[in-house]
Design a protein around this ligand. Sequence first.
Ligand code: IDP
Ligand code: MG
Length: 186
Amino acid sequence: MGCQFRRVAALRALLCGPRFQCLLVRPNSGGSPWPQERTLVAVKPDGVQRRLVGTVIQRFERRGFKLVGMKMLQAPESILAEHYRDLRRKPFYPALISYMSSGPVVAMVWEGHNVVHISRAMIGHTDSTEAAPGTIRGDFSVHISRNVIHASDSVDGAQREIELWFQSNELLSWADGGHHSSCYPA
Ligand code: IDP
Ligand code: MG
């Protein structure tokens, strides 16, 4: 027993030493030694109506990201007003709030390396006319006011939006048994 304890302590000292910093498992990251970010993604009412939730989830999973929170809700105006506070003086703001409250949205938190930047690339340009084929908006939308999906546009914005849409106990840190870590170089 004592011997086993010493062995564990010695192994821990080895892994925590400066040469092996890279082997340390970060809590909340599912075991990846790569810096992990989180972002808010939401399938908007038009995307839910068009049964695109599964497609969106599949694209994010295939890219290598990890789902750590998800819920379907009829977004209250208080959340939408805060979420789109920077757009409140835009002429399209009333129509935007009305559209976002016209049906349920599916809000998700995705985790992974550079997930904020990569998810913006995955969803494509805000204006569907400019969105490249292969992006979610480029594949599934034709008008800026019905562009299927939201994703946070910065790391700070992501943190603000995650706190707005989710309680901390609605987010789960789960171990993924090696599948996730195979998305990163050793
Ligand atoms: P983003 O969703 O790509 O981050 P934002 O500029 O933050 O784009 O705008 C938020 C949302 O407001 C857009 O996704 C779109 O639904 C809506 N929106 C933005 N610009 C217009 C517009 O000119 N007309 C109608 N709706 C717009
Ligand atoms: Mg935005």
